[in-house]
Design a protein around this ligand. Sequence first.
Ligand SMILES: [Zn+2]
Length: 75
Amino acid sequence: MPDISEELRIPKPCPSCGSQRVRVSQVHNPDDKVFCVSCGTYVCLYADVAKMREEGAGSEAEELLEQAANRGMKK
Ligand SMILES: [Zn+2]
């Protein structure tokens, strides 16, 4: 069976070593367990990772909108 996992950086640190890099399955099943890349400790479920990443992306998009709005006002 091929290795179909990928590494991600998440806001939540590993409870054991504090690393924010985790290994997830590329299947992205919400019930998949996510493990720390450094020490292999179980960190959370993929559903939690997906939520964290969505929240991060959301605030980034808001920032871009704000920048665009500021630029528009300076015109
Ligand atoms: Zn760890």
